[in-house]
Design a protein around this ligand. Structure first.
Ligand code: NDP
Length: 250
């Protein structure tokens, strides 16, 4: 089997019986990953802020032959408080009793201004949704993840989370922070069966990309379905022992 995660080839049951929570799975890359993980045998927990959109993905998974019934966790990461996170973790523990994978995919792009002009409240919202929410969700789910004998946490990075670029403001800073959060988590679990890594999906044809680049030719972009290989690699058994790293989908 290939070890380049971008070209990872996997069998149809590579995620069999794994329980995987994917944030922001109502749309874009998260939705595509939820459908593919379900096809590969995972029991998926769909997370998002819009119950109606999540129910559509839920129905799409039910229509997949042999897929495990998913569940839905609605939590708006912009406004969730400690009780919201605890309730989510308790319902995973009570209803399923296991968690093997956690994909931090939900994010917002926020304003595209220079640092000089960036509004501080808008800055804080991006940092909150993109970073603090990932920390808070990881924290409440750690007991379940630690109980798994092969747990994987996947954070979603970006090219501007590795090299800063003008006018990407809070979004770029948030993705640098995500890389750091992933490395800290990995180092704290270097002797445990929990790995933590980042994936940068690269330019992908989603609503977020359209918001950031409204004028570009979208037909040239990869679809969400085309950027999933590193996520599947990191969520499945072939990445056991791989931790603290950052991968690209393209
Ligand atoms: P989309 O905008 O298509 O999807 C984002 C998802 O996050 C949606 O499900 C959205 O929910 C959810 N979400 C946003 N805000 C919240 C919130 N406050 N609470 C709960 N859920 C929320 O984005 P992409 O699929 O493009 O992006 C996925 C990840 O990939 C992000 O982390 C992004 O930074 C990263 N990325 C994307 C690139 C690209 O070119 N597309 C390039 C590099 C990185 P709803 O459906 O309700 O809006």
């Amino acid at each position: 089997m290939s070890t380049d995660p971008r070209a990872y080839k996997y069998s149809g049951d590579v995620l069999q019986d794994r329980v995987i929570l994917i944030t922001g799975s109502s749309d874009g890359i998260g939705r595509a990953l939820a459908l593919e993980a379900a096809r590969l045998g995972a029991q998926v927990i769909l997370h998002g802020r819009n119950a109606k959109k999540l129910e559509k993905v839920y129905d799409e998974i039910l229509a997949i032959d042999g897929a495990a019934r998913p569940s839905i966790a609605v939590l708006d990461l912009a406004s969730a408080n400690a009780d919201g996170y605890t309730t989510l973790a308790n319902s995973v523990a009570d209803d399923i009793g296991r968690l093997d994978g956690l994909v931090h995919n939900a994010a917002i792009v926020g304003d595209r201004f220079s640092i000089e002009q960036y509004d501080a409240v808008a800055w804080q919202k991006v940092m909150h949704v993109n970073v603090t929410a990932s920390f808070a969700l990881t924290q409440v789910l750690l007991p379940l993840l630690r109980a798994s004998d092969d747990a994987s946490v996947v954070f979603t990075s970006s090219g501007v989370g590795r090299t800063g670029r003008a006018y990407w403001g809070a979004y770029a800073a948030s993705k640098f922070a995500i890389e750091g959060l992933s490395q800290v988590l990995a180092d704290e679990h270097r002797h445990a069966s929990l790995r933590s890594n980042c994936v940068n999906p690269g330019a992908t044809r989603t609503g977020m990309r359209l918001e950031a680049f409204p004028a570009e030719d979208r037909s040239l972009l990869k679809t969400p379905e085309q950027v999933l290989a590193p996520y599947i690699y990191l969520l499945g058994p072939d990445s056991r022992g791989v931790t603290g790293q950052s991968f690209d989908s393209q």
